[in-house]
Design a protein around this ligand. Sequence first.
Ligand SMILES: [Cu+2]
Length: 131
Amino acid sequence: MKRISTALLLGGLALVAVAGCGGESHSSPKPAGGTAAASGAAAAQTFTVHGNDRDQFQPGTIEAKVGTLTLTLQNGGVPHNLTFKDKALPTIGAVSGAATRSARLVFDKAGTYVFECTIHPGMEGKIVVTP
Ligand SMILES: [Cu+2]
């Protein structure tokens, strides 16, 4: 009799743990929208991208020229990082709130460089680099 009640108790704990996983942060990220161009001369471009609390990068598309771009990440209450699929490019570690982090990106050639937040699968953006 005592064994059975222990098993029931454990089952109840497992249910509580699953129920505790509910919440907005588990919903799938929606595609990020918008396009904006980096500012400045090709050798000294700057841009700030925002990761919002709905797990989207805004804008989703950043336009830049072949050259050097200082990319700054600023988020809201939810921490996000910015990691390029092209591992030759530097990663920007997770930040939240008023904090920002930047990386200096050198683009030698035109192309589309996709980045993501590795904390939130599907949260992606891209930098379209033109000559
Ligand atoms: Cu994220």
